[in-house]
Design a protein around this ligand. Structure first.
Ligand code: CTP
Length: 411
């Protein structure tokens, strides 16, 4: 793929060398377009040597080839990393006073921007408005990481890790319709939940679970790539928001229930996939202040847990008319004396009353956070169980959506 890697002037420019390496190793043809300020941090020879291409830094270089137009027109992907507050502002307002801003105006391909700046600059209303403008126009602007910044400061504003930028870049391009993903979900509105809920004990502690959110995020990304309108309801996942997907971030089972029920009740909601690990119980009393160790608790404490509502079951109960929305449940199961994984999954499908159940075997303990998985697809209509894997979560996501589309037509 022909990639333009724009580098604007921040100290994090050195990290883009690792991103460039990653892109080259993956076989992409990368032209680096550093701004004048970026070249004060990392010099032209470094970019040229790592990319294997001449560096384009100035609109006045090789004018006969009209680089300010040609580079953007030919690009299949533009990444700007780091993206400073200044380049975000220029891009939002359509300024074109250097080569990189010209490329951003002429590119018609997916554009990914990975911001890096001090927290004050990132949180300034001007930057926030520019980011909103760019996102509204279809540019993928990643959220910066939270952590150590230049000097002694720390907070949101750190450049996301090169590997995360690379992953976001790949997901941006798989979602571009020009790259051949079949848009067989165009016109469908889907809701996907992901991650694991956290149930507070006091202002600093919670009861949680090991769900990474990877499967739910892959389901959301794949649905968007296949043309669906996607709302991702994400509980405590540290993953980057997939491109082209509306994301709601929340924490507890109660918040998740409220968000999902509101979304499912909308007339245009076609499918709800409950991939989130929802806590079955929450502490009955949440302490308003941080709980202290004292003589009364030195031998231990007892947490009184109360039952959370079952969201999937209530969605099944609430759906307005037969088969709408189509409801998908997930089940992370282990075998025990009462039956194997598939027997438990079958019983759960019946108990929940959903239209499709995606089961996986977590007996080995390694499924949480793993990049590959095996899933079993169970539907109330037939007895056979389709098994897919071990494959990547993107591939299992495709298999789940294939089963959803089949299930919807069968109704
Ligand atoms: N689920 C839900 N609300 C809950 C618990 C689970 O909507 N309070 C959903 C999950 O998102 C998942 C499915 O129900 O899609 C199955 O979750 P799981 O935890 O496996 O099922 P439980 O009903 O909790 O059954 P058990 O823990 O007894 O196996």
């Amino acid at each position: 793929m022909r990639v333009v890697l724009g580098v604007s002037g921040g100290i994090a420019a050195y990290k883009s060398c690792a991103l460039l390496r990653r892109l080259i190793t993956a076989g992409h043809d990368v032209t680096v377009v550093p701004t004048a300020a970026a070249l004060r941090f990392v010099g032209e020879p470094t970019w040229a040597a790592l990319s294997g291409n001449p560096v384009s830094a100035d609109v006045w270089d090789e004018v006969h080839q009209v680089p300010h137009v040609r580079l953007g027109q030919r690009a299949e992907l533009v990444i700007v990393a780091p993206a400073t507050a200044d380049i975000l502002a220029k891009a939002a307002h359509g300024l074109a006073d250097d080569l990189l801003s010209n490329v951003l105006l002429t590119a018609r391909c997916p554009v990914l921007m990975a911001p890096a700046m001090h927290t004050e600059m990132w949180q300034h209303p001007a930057t926030a408005a520019n980011v909103e403008t760019l996102r509204g126009r279809g540019v993928t602007v990643m959220d910066p990481d939270d952590g150590r910044l230049t000097g002694a400061d720390s907070g949101p504003g750190r450049l996301p890790e090169p590997e995360d930028i690379f992953a976001a870049a790949m997901s941006v391009t798989t979602q571009a319709p020009v790259h051949g993903a079949e848009a067989d979900m165009a016109g469908l509105s889907v809701v996907v939940t992901a991650g694991g809920t956290r149930e507070p004990i006091d202002p600093v502690r919670f009861v949680g679970n090991r769900s990474s959110g990877k499967q739910g995020y892959a389901l959301a990304a794949v649905a968007a790539a296949r043309g669906a309108n996607v709302l991702l309801v994400s509980a405590n996942s540290g993953l980057h928001d997939p491109a082209g997907v509306r994301v709601l971030h929340l924490e507890t089972a109660a918040q998740l229930q409220q968000a999902v029920q509101a979304a499912a009740a909308e007339a245009h909601c076609d499918v709800v996939v409950m991939a989130a690990a929802v806590a079955d119980y929450r502490p009955g009393n949440v302490a308003a202040a941080k709980m202290k160790k004292d003589s009364a608790t030195q031998d231990g404490i007892t947490l009184q847990m109360v039952r959370n509502p079952d969201i999937l079951t209530s969605l099944v109960r609430d759906r307005r008319d037969a088969g709408h929305p189509f409801l998908v449940g997930f089940a992370a199961e282990t075998g025990d004396d009462d039956g194997d994984v598939l027997a438990h999954a079958r019983a759960k499908l019946k108990r929940k009353g959903c239209d499709l159940l995606v089961a996986n075997d977590v007996s080995g303990g390694e499924t949480f956070g793993a990049d590959q998985s095996t899933i079993h697809l169970l539907s109330p209509e037939h007895d056979e169980i389709e098994t897919v894997g071990p494959v990547t979560k993107t591939e299992t996501a495709h298999a789940v959506w294939d089963a959803v589309l089949r299930g919807r037509t069968a109704r």
